[in-house]
Design a protein around this ligand. Sequence first.
Ligand code: LRH
Length: 490
Amino acid sequence: AEALRHVAIDLGASGGRVALGTIQDGRLAVEVLHRFPNGGVLVRGGLYWDVLGLWREILHGLRLAAGHGPIHSVGVDSWAVDYALLDEHDLLLDGVHHYRDRRTDGVMEAVTARVGREVIYGATGIQFLPFNTAYQLVAHERQAPGILRRARRLLMVPDLLHFWLSGRQAGEVTNASTTQLYDPRRGEWAAPLLEALGIPAGLLPTVVPPGTVLGEVTPEVAHETGLAGTRVIAPATHDTASAVAAVPASGEGWAYLSSGTWSLVGVETPRPVLSPTALRYNLTNEAGVNGTTRLLKNVMGLWTMQECRRAWGNPDFATLYGDAERVLEGGPLIDPDDPRFLPPGLDMPQRIQAYCAETGQAIPQTPAEITRCVLESLAHRCAEVLDELEEVTGGRVLTLHVVGGGAQIGFLNGLLADISGRTVIAGPVEATLLGNLLVQAEASGSIPGGGLREVVRASEVLTHFVPQPGGHALRREAFRRIRVGQTVSS
Ligand code: LRH
């Protein structure tokens, strides 16, 4: 029989892709059909996503896919935490706000002071981040009083697109878990927390697992794209969950770094870990495929570089990284997770310089020096998180699998290996797309017995980085002191 064709739509904060995948002889062949940029749109002080623009690109990608022959299924994954509100007629009540919108400034602090960090963490196991859906909704209600009562349904971004594709509303669990409103132990929305935050319980959709068949594409979509009888299958709709599903690991003793706009550093566990130490390190327990938990930490990631590059007039990333590699070791370091780096802005290079000045370090001047500072600091922070994960789980991390776009940055992979003292295995670069496609294939019964990761291992060429001995222990201590707010000289 002819292999089934699946289409993955993967939306990242800086760009989207539509790809076609088929499984043959235990391998996944992927062809990216369409790429398009994505990013925030600033309007009257609010930062939004252009969801209608994304929808247009999706329809275009689907049209290209339909040209390749019958498509068995399609599924969408995207960045987490952002949502749309629909009214009683299923119309959008508002634009889709970007999680970096400043409307959430101070909201998490106010909510945690009232409800308690332990209570919220105990109910959800989710890392405290100012832009979690929970705080965005409180901010939304502050900004537009009454909106949560007028709204009839909240759909996360991929759920909204699945609704537009299939006509069915559902909340796929991997993304639902990122809201900080979902109880991973009970497997349902955290009702007491919703109540405490004034979020009507009926707003939230029925939660479904990855691999759920939502229906067929609507007649309108079929007409617009040429698809016929194509099923809409929810993959792991959180992009990070799709990426983790495609980590080519086997056995024990490994962690992953999903490396893109964010650096998601974590391990896979059979169940959520809600211990006091997990809370102290502010680790998150996001839902994964097949009932697993993604115990991980959000590290600021390549975002800082993306904003610097924009400030420098969009030079080539490859050139920037190449130049950075030639800068002398031992330069300044930043705490990548300092909140000042979170909002967008063309002053990102100046923010980095100010950080270095405040901490009594040399001030990086050139793009190459700033790039080196950012990448090295990122590697230090990731290494620190690996140690925290070992402490929290009691397991060892011997290998770090780096997946996603950042896996292409050889310089960063080398730094990660050297600084963390672990072997780095880089690839696949398109992990999110692969994970999305594999969950659709699994739901369609075409994954061989070895499971998803075996298919990835059979399909991809991986690159190994073995840690080189060097003076990293001293530098790690310097990094630690900077992070706890001491200056290097103190
Ligand atoms: C990465 C990601 C991450 C979330 C962030 C909002 O794309 O989904 O896992 O925390 O975006």
